[in-house]
Design a protein around this ligand. Structure first.
Ligand SMILES: [Zn+2]
Length: 371
């Protein structure tokens, strides 16, 4: 029997009680992105006793993350631990009753469906709109609640999305899943934000900075809505776009009901899932604001990182652990002479820093990783 004592203060709440707590313990949440939003979400869900967490993140912990990414510490930075793994290890120490799956991977159209299997809802810990539209497609196609959230600078926004069921397809969520009617559905992310801002045109955390408490308020809003959904309080969901600037003390609740009535959304009205269906083959992505390019092969490989490190030794300085290899080339430079840094994950995915040009990154990858 799982231990209920640790949840005593939560069970005391009339909206939760023992029955609600048991529902939380039987729930399964997908958290996409383990940055500032993601780690605050994961921490809160694990402490609240949400029984299963599936975490997906492609990055490793860096020193500049520690200002706000609450599950990480200096040892994670020193050891170069991937964020999803570091989060899993920390949650195991916070609440050993929670089952955590950590996926060190790029969340993209080739694997999104697989990551959604069996989950009750999706929480957004992302830093870019393109991947959010993919999550939105996934939520509409599979009938999953999607707790959108985003924060940059001193501002943030969040909105719960209960997609209209008209284009639901595929297996959908598992047993005990949250059910709602067409009348109870909300606009989707693309009804409210029809187009993603072009890359480079909007501030990112890397260029504009970000205040930890702004993120915390957004994460708290997302988690609160998730806890209401998972305990059966669909009627109490905040059905608005919630926006806050903690520095200038402004909060707004935008009524999105009109967006639902008038939407000509390609996704939830017309059933075109262009982000979900867009991906096949390997992908090469310039990582906005980070002077880096990511290469994600279509099919996962399992690389022998020790062997790879030995092969690369003549070309620069490289170290590896069980998750990844990283280092700087002395033999290869970017077009402007900048040294190129490689981070290579065990599944073949690579981040090449020191260039924003996909062809430079692809040729380096072909030369040394050769997949
Ligand atoms: Zn829509």
């Amino acid at each position: 029997m799982p231990d209920l004592d640790r949840y005593h203060r939560q069970i005391l709440l009339p909206g939760i009680g023992e029955a609600g707590q048991r529902r939380l313990m039987g729930a399964h949440a997908l958290v996409v992105g383990c940055g500032a939003l993601g780690t605050m979400i994961i921490d809160a869900l694990a402490r609240a006793g949400v029984g299963r967490l599936r975490l997906v993140d492609r990055d490793i912990v860096e020193l500049t993350n520690l200002q706000r990414q609450v599950l990480f510490d200096e040892a994670d930075v020193a050891e170069g631990i991937p964020k999803a793994e570091a989060a899993r290890a920390k949650v195991a120490r916070v609440n050993s009753q929670v089952v955590v799956e950590a996926h060190v991977d790029d969340f993209n159209a080739t694997n999104a469906d697989r990551f959604a299997e069996g989950v009750d809802l999706v929480l957004d810990g992302l830093d870019n709109f393109e991947t959010r539209y993919l999550v939105n497609d996934l939520a509409v196609a599979r009938g999953l609640p999607y707790l959108y959230g985003g924060a940059v600078g001193t501002t943030g926004m969040s909105m719960p999305i209960l997609p209209h069921p008209r284009h639901r397809r595929g297996p959908g969520p598992g047993p005990g899943a949250i059910a709602w009617t067409a009348e109870q559905s909300t606009p989707c992310l693309r009804c409210v934000f029809p187009e993603a801002p072009p890359p480079g045109s909007s501030p990112t955390c890397d260029t504009a900075g970000v205040l930890g408490p702004a993120v915390a308020m957004i994460a708290a809003h997302q988690v609160t809505q998730a806890l209401k959904l998972l305990t059966g309080h669909l009627d109490l969901i905040d059905r608005s776009l919630h926006s806050i600037d903690v520095w200038s003390n402004q909060t707004h609740s935008f009524d999105v009901g009109e967006a639902r009535r008038t939407s000509e959304c390609p996704c939830c009205v017309n059933g075109v899932f262009e982000y979900l269906e867009g991906g096949a083959g390997s992908s090469t992505t310039t990582l906005c604001g980070r002077n880096a390019v990511q290469i994600a092969p279509a099919d996962g490989h399992t690389l022998d990182l020790a062997d790879m490190a030995a092969r690369l030794a003549a070309h620069g300085t490289f170290t590896h652990n069980r998750y990844l290899l990283r280092g700087t080339f002395t033999t290869d430079r970017g077009r402007d002479g900048e040294p190129l840094e490689l981070t290579l994950f065990a599944n073949g995915r690579a981040i090449i820093k020191g260039t924003t040009e996909p062809q430079v990154a692809r040729s380096l990858y072909a030369k040394y990783v050769g997949v």
